[in-house]
Design a protein. Sequence first.
Length: 482
Amino acid sequence: MHTTLHLLAEAPPQMLPARSLMAFTLASHIILVPMGVALPLITLIMHGYGLRRGDATALLLARRWSAVMAVQFAIGVVTGTVLSFEFGLLWPGLMGRWGDVFGIGFGVEAWAFFLEAVLIAIYLYGWRRLPARTHFLLGLPLPATALLGAFGILAANSWMNTPRGFSLDSEGNPVDVDVWKAIFTPMFGPQYWHFVVAMLLTAGYVVAGVYAVGWLRGRRDRYHRLGFTVPFTVAAVFTPVQFMLGDAIARAVFQKQPVKFAAMEIVWNTDTHVPEYLFGRLHPDGTVTGGIKIPQLDSILAGFSPDTEVHGLTSVPAENRPTVTQATLIHWTFDIMVGIGSVLLLLVVWYAFVWWRRRRLPASPWFYRSAACAGVASVIAVECGWITTEVGRQPWIVYENMRVAEAVTGARADSLWTMFAVVVVVYVLIFGSFLAVLLKMRTRWRLDDERSREADTTATPETDTPYGPRSAVAAPAEDGKP
C-alpha cells in the first residue's frame, strides 16, 4: 500500500477534521497578523513625521490608519480567541501533558492582547483630545505590545519545533520544567525575527498597495504619494533584511530539524553534492519529476560547500517523517515563499535605484502595478511560510516527543466536521463584515475629502474621529436668533 494511504488508514478518524479545522482557522487568522503586529509601528512613523514637519496630510493618514488598526484588532481578537479554544478542544493530549512546559507563551500573548486593547483605545480616543506630544507618547508602547504578543506565540511554536526545558519521568511525563529554556529554545531566535520582519514588510506592502491602486487610477495628490511612500519605504528597508534572516532560519532548520529540511528540499537519501530542485514532485521511490535541477546547490546552500552532507528522508523510519505528499507540498510552499521574496527584492532595487538617481518615486505604471500586487504576494508568502513550518514537522505535534495522533481529541469525527462547517460560515460572515466596514470607511473618507476640496477650505478633512465620543454638534438656531 502507498505509504501515505497506509498512514491515513492508521490515523484516528478525528485526525482529518481536527487538522482541517485548525488549519482553516490558523490560515484565516494569519491574514490579520501582519496588520496587528506592524501597522501600529507604521502608523506611529507617519504620526511622528506629521508632528515633526507640521504636516496635516501625514496626521490625517495616521488618524485614519489608527481606525483601521482598531477594527482589525477587534476582528483579530475574535479569530485569536477561537484558536485558543481549539488548542484545548482539538488537542487535549498536547495541552494536558505539555501545557505546564510551554503554556507560558500563551499567557504572555494573552497579557499582550489585553495591553494592546487598552493602548489602542487610548490612542484612538486621544486624537484632538490630548496635547499632540502627550498623545504621540501614549501611542509609543503600541508596537512593543504587538511584538510582545508575537513573542508569546513564537515561543510556544518554536518549543513545539525544538522542545527543551524539561525532563521525562518513568511514565514519559515532563518534570523539572525550566521555563527559560522552554521559552528560549534553539529555534526561537531564528523563528521570532524571521516572523517579525515578515510582518513588517507584509504590512508595509499591503498598506502601500492600497495607495498604489489609487495612483494607477489617477489620484496623484500628496495624500496618495505620502500614503504610498512611508509604508513602502518601511517594507523596502526590511526586505533585504528578511532575505538574510530567511537564509539563517533555513540553516537553523538544517541543523536542528534535519528531517524537516529534507522534506523542504525533497532530499530522499543522505548524501553530499545534493542538487537543488526548484519545484518538482517527490515520488514514493525517491525519484523527483518536474522542476528545475541545479547540481550540488542544496549542499552548498546548507553548508557553503558541495561536500556538505544533507540528511535525507530515509534517514528515519517512514512513520517518523512527512509523507511524500507532505514533502512535495512544503517543498512547493517553501519555493513559492523564496520566489516571492526574490521578486520583492527586485522591486525594492528598482525603487532604491530611481530614488538614488533622481530623488523621486518611479514614474512607470508597471512599478505601481507591481507594488499593488506586492501586498497580496507577501500575504501568500506568509501563508506559505506557515505551511512549511507546520506541515514540515509532521507527524510530530511536539517534535520527536508526541505525535499528532496522540494529541487529538476523542470527540466524534462527524461532530468535528459539523463544527468545521459552522466555523467556515461564521468566518465568512466575520471577514465579510470586516471588508464591508473598511469599504464604508474608505467611501466616507473619500467623500469628506471631496467636500473639503469643493468648499476650497484649508480645514482638515474628517473633523471627527471614526470611533469614540464625537465632537459636540451645534444645535439648530431658533427663528430670529443667531
